[in-house]
Design a protein around this ligand. Structure first.
Ligand SMILES: [Zn+2]
Length: 252
């Protein structure tokens, strides 16, 4: 293979990898934000559970207070019952006592309901807080991993910059200028594979004599349509036939 062509292919791969790494580095802040969002969501779930628990407790305290008042009233009625003078007063007091007793029974039922709900809500708070602690630990771990990943990518970019400097120093000035000029105009993609008689990027069919020349890899040849430099990859297995007859055998 023409040495410059071989180096330009390596240069292209290096640049492609660099673009990809830069993109991955640029995506890290968004991934960090995603972790924050997860943490915030689990924290909010735990807070919601605690708020429901607190509201339930408040409701129960109100019923407890009301129950105490009605029980106090009932005790007073029972004391007063001893002091009544007339039948009419006695009947009226009996009625008051019956009403208060019914109220006590109703409030005791309500207390029971509150206690059952409190059990459920206590369990929900425990579960939400446990989940929150686990999520916080997971987020912390993933944040550290992301930082490591970022550092590794920064190191890779530094290494790639060194490698690029060495590589470009070994390429002929004219070849390098051609590469940089095409790359500058074609989103950084200057060297592309030709396969099955086509440019693999713009898909134009190459003239047979051009493609035959590309197969030799002995000179810099440009695609007539997208103007990129073309090469042939002798290691790539030939493409399978474009269309396979439909069959209902097992999937391979
Ligand atoms: Zn092309």
């Amino acid at each position: 293979m023409l040495p410059d062509l071989e180096r330009l292919i390596r240069l292209q791969r290096l640049d492609d990898a660099t673009v990809e790494t830069r993109r991955a580095v640029a995506a890290i802040p968004e991934r960090m934000t995603g972790l924050e969002t997860r943490l915030h969501a689990s924290r909010t779930r735990a807070e919601d559970a605690r708020r429901q628990q607190e509201e339930e407790r408040k409701g129960r305290r109100e019923v407890e207070k009301r129950l105490g008042e009605v029980q106090g009233r009932l005790t007073r009625f029972k004391d007063q019952l001893m002091a009544v003078k007339t039948n009419k007063e006695y009947t009226a007091m009996q009625h008051e006592i019956a009403t208060a007793e019914a109220e006590v029974a109703r409030l005791e039922d309500t207390m029971l309901e509150h206690m059952l709900r409190a059990d459920d809500l206590d369990a929900a708070v425990d579960a939400a807080e446990r989940a929150d602690r686990e999520e916080a630990a997971a987020v912390e771990r993933e944040r550290a991993e992301l930082e490591e990943e970022r550092a590794a990518m920064e190191r890779r970019l530094d290494g790639a910059a060194d490698e690029r400097a060495k590589l470009t120093a070994s390429i002929g000035a004219g070849s390098l200028r051609l590469f940089e000029s095409i790359a500058g105009q074609r989103q950084g993609l200057a060297v592309v594979e030709a396969r099955n008689g086509h440019c693999t990027v713009c898909n134009v069919r190459l003239r047979p004599q051009v493609f035959n020349q590309v197969l030799l890899n002995t000179e810099l040849i440009r695609c007539e349509s997208c103007l990129r430099l073309l090469y042939h990859d002798p290691d790539r297995p030939p493409d399978p036939p474009a269309e396979e007859p439909p069959g209902d055998g097992p999937a391979r």
